[in-house]
Ligand binder design. Structure first.
Ligand SMILES: Nc1ncnc2c1ncn2[C@@H]1O[C@H](COP(=O)(O)OP(=O)(O)O)[C@@H](O)[C@H]1O
Ligand SMILES: [Mg+2]
Length: 405
């Protein structure tokens, strides 16, 4: 008993946050977060504490993302409604805090491409809402409606500006694993039977065959050995036009879900392999990659210049692997809207991999498509077996339904 009383006496009192909730803000909060009113009673004052404001707030979903859509917090000042902050759900408190600390540190040290990160007076970066936790950053007002498109040189320059600060970040623990350590070709080699049953033409096409070969190349020790030689520092991990906002003519990066310590080339792979793929292939085909890098980024090492196209391809294989997982889940859950969305996603990734493969001779030389290995034949048989099994199962189901409706 005495021990309990003593420890309680040394625990600082939590800060008193005035409760200024209004019926409108509670209603919009509960709707957007899908929670009950009692959750709002602690979460809203907590959030106002982190934001350092007492104004009434409203909440809405922000459109535009694919993975983890953020929530917009609008501040009401008299008759004025000002979009003020953006909340994003975080699944791992430790790594989220580490990422937010880095962004906060870089922003305070002058990285002009980053939004302000909110934190409480006692340095808490995360806002709990019921069982979930959220990060909280400043809303950046875009100069245009919808997405902007950026040229390849603009994207390289944006990476340069971000890396000028991220390479100085001291060693920070708890960040996510490197892409090479998370990568596996399992989703290609053992294609989910649900995917094959859903669209066998897509997964027996020549382009798909090339994707499987590329995917396999990246699990080989020879590729890992190259990866391990490439320079490493903190990277954003997902730089593409959807994660760039232009506000007052200045470029800002958002979406720090994949921020980690990894090879710096990773920050080129999403845009160069996707939206800016045509431009990237043109630069490579015209033999201008090296001079282009020097003009718009600066100092890449020789080994990085040589392997940049391979790392772009690696990025596409990682993206396809992720999309296959989401598509399979959508098929299993019969979520038609998500199926349509991720079908387009998967098709685009297959197309990008195929184009990188067919247009870059160094890639074709390193990953020959003709060599059909025993492993290929084995996987082909497994996939065909799964396909036949699923087709029969579906046919039997239909017959069963027609006999016993
Ligand atoms: N701080 C912000 N200010 C303004 N808009 C933002 C902000 N953060 C995200 N957005 C908008 O929301 C969209 C989705 O957010 P994002 O963090 O990229 O989610 P996802 O992980 O789903 O890609 C972005 O493309 C951008 O348009
Ligand atoms: Mg995004």
């Amino acid at each position: 008993m005495i021990h309990f009383a003593n420890s309680a006496a040394t625990t600082p009192n939590p800060p008193v946050v005035p409760d200024t909730r209004t019926a409108t803000e509670v209603e919009s909060f509960c709707r957007v977060f899908s929670v009950e009113e009692k959750v709002a009673s602690t979460a809203i004052p907590n959030l106002k504490n982190i934001l350092g404001i007492h104004n009434p707030l409203t909440f809405s979903m922000l459109k535009g993302g694919n993975k983890n859509c953020p929530i917009l917090v609008t501040k009401h000042d008299g008759n004025r409604a000002l979009p003020f902050a953006v909340l994003k759900r975080e699944s791992k408190p430790q790594s989220a805090t580490a990422r937010l600390r880095i962004i906060d540190m870089m922003q305070r040290q002058g990285c002009r491409q980053l939004p302000h990160i909110f934190k409480s007076k006692d340095n808490a970066y995360l806002v709990p809402v019921g069982k979930n936790i959220f990060s909280c950053m400043a809303y950046i007002k875009s100069d245009v409606e919808g997405r902007s498109l950026f040229t390849l040189d603009q994207m390289f320059e944006l990476v340069r500006a971000f890396h000028a600060h991220s390479r100085l970040v001291p060693e920070i623990e708890d960040l996510g694993a490197r892409d090479i350590d998370r990568y596996s070709d399992i989703k290609y080699a053992q294609l989910a039977p649900e995917l094959m049953a859903w669209n066998s033409a897509l997964f027996t096409s020549e382009a798909w065959g090339r994707c499987v070969k590329c995917a396999r190349y990246f699990i080989q020790p020879s590729f890992r050995a190259i990866y391990n030689q490439l320079p490493v520092h903190v990277v954003h991990g997902d730089i593409h036009s959807g994660n760039v906002i232009v506000s007052n003519g200045q470029h800002f990066l958002v979406d720090f879900d994949l921020l980690k310590k990894d090879i710096r080339l990773l920050d080129f792979v999403t845009f160069a392999g996707s939206i800016n793929l045509d431009e990237f292939l043109r630069v490579v085909e015209e033999g201008r990659l090296s001079s282009f890098i020097h003009a718009h980024y600066g100092n890449l090492e020789e080994i990085e210049e040589k392997y940049l196209p391979f790392i772009v391809l690696f990025g596409r294989c990682c993206a396809l692997s992720w999309s296959l997982g989401v598509l399979k889940e959508a098929i299993v859950n019969k979520d038609a809207e998500k199926i349509a969305h991720f079908k387009a996603f998967v098709e685009s990734r297959i197309h990008e991999i195929d184009r990188l493969y067919t247009h870059i001779p160094e890639i074709r030389a390193a990953i020959p498509s003709e060599a059909v290995t025993r492993q290929d034949l084995f996987h082909k048989k497994i996939n065909m077996g799964a396909h036949i099994f699923n087709t029969c199962r579906e046919a039997l189901k239909r017959i069963w339904k027609s006999v016993f409706p």
